[in-house]
Design a protein around this ligand. Structure first.
Ligand SMILES: [Mg+2]
Length: 327
């Protein structure tokens, strides 16, 4: 599944960068991405390979792939918590009533029923009635109660995600919702893709949900900018091996991949896999501790990751380097 996306994108790979000049300036430098801190007992990172522009200038951009988290990075955390989840919860009944006779809806209900049977010993489980013997309205009532119980219990079952995904798809298609993105996302996507930096997404939301969000965003359909998607099928976001797997799948050395997330545990896992990392500080995100702030590079907007600087620009930000602070 991943390979089909990635092979297609690999074919488009090019090593060239467009001119690194800014109109009205005589010389352009690139804002360096400070190295993540070396943690105690961590092996030294591989030396950075510099990227040559067509003019022979050497840019300081030190990544060729950017891997982005969604919640708290491209999208306000409130969108998932305050828009997507309530929408799913409030529309289960309407969705089931509208789509009951479709094969997809019946598959969703069957998956929920199997899950409910597996959950029979779980505290508070709501069972789903038998479609052969019971009236449609009564069965729908039992499905609604089961789904709301699962959501209130913060369960992450495949059956629940599958139904939620279909409810969200309908809401996106009816333009009841649009994927919420921060203002700097579209300019960054344009910048990266026009500079041959590939964009991949890694989120705990399913690939289908990711594609719906970016395909129906406040800025329109942004899928054309994205080279591929990963969800937790590739592994947990807090496990270094997940990042190693992503690096292998996209045929890019870990040291050439920049992972941006709002969660320090995820950044640490990526760092341990050899990735470059940055922590996204966005409105609504959890406050970082002083130690976390001291241990990771932080950004408020994506343009800090690539913005060209002229000689007159303010001094480059430097990495915070007190590695003792790292927990
Ligand atoms: Mg996040």
């Amino acid at each position: 599944m991943y390979n089909s996306v990635i092979l297609h994108e690999t074919e488009r790979r090019s090593n060239s960068l467009p001119p690194a000049t800014t109109p009205g300036t005589t010389q352009t430098m690139w804002k360096a991405i400070p190295r993540p801190l070396q943690m105690t007992n961590m092996p030294a990172k591989q030396p950075r390979e510099e990227m040559a522009t067509p003019e022979g200038e050497v840019s300081e951009l030190d990544y060729e792939v950017v891997l982005l988290d969604i919640e708290g990075t491209t999208t306000p955390i409130t969108f998932v918590k305050d828009v997507l989840f309530p929408l799913a919860k409030n529309n289960v009944r309407r969705f089931l009533e509208r789509n009951w006779d479709s094969a997809q809806c019946q598959e969703d209900v069957l998956a929920l029923k199997i899950q409910a049977e597996n959950d029979k010993d779980v505290d508070g489980v709501v069972s789903i009635l038998d479609s052969d013997n019971d009236h449609k309205d009564i069965i729908i009532e039992s499905v609604v109660k089961n789904v709301i119980w699962q959501m209130n219990s913060d369960r992450k079952t495949t059956a629940l995600k599958q139904l939620q995904g279909h409810i969200w798809r309908e809401a996106y298609e009816n333009e009841e919702i649009k994927g919420d993105l921060f203002e700097d996302v579209l300019p960054a996507f344009k910048y990266w893709t026009s500079n041959n930096i590939k964009i991949f997404i890694y989120s705990s939301g399913s690939i289908d949900a990711q594609r719906l969000l970016f395909g129906n965003s406040t800025f329109g359909d942004l899928l054309k900018y994205i080279s591929g998607h990963f969800d937790t099928k590739v592994g947990a976001k807090t496990e270094p091996k997940s990042y190693k797997a992503i690096s292998d799948i996209i045929h890019t050395k870990p040291s050439r991949i920049l992972f941006v997330t709002d969660v320090t545990k995820e950044a640490r896992a990526a760092f341990e896999a050899g990735f470059t990392t940055a922590i996204s500080i966005r409105p609504g995100n959890a406050e970082l501790t002083k130690t976390e702030k001291g241990s990771f590079r932080t950004i408020a907007t994506f343009n800090e990751l690539y913005e060209p600087m002229t000689e007159d620009s303010p001094a480059k930000k430097t990495a915070k380097t007190d590695e003792k602070d790292f927990i």
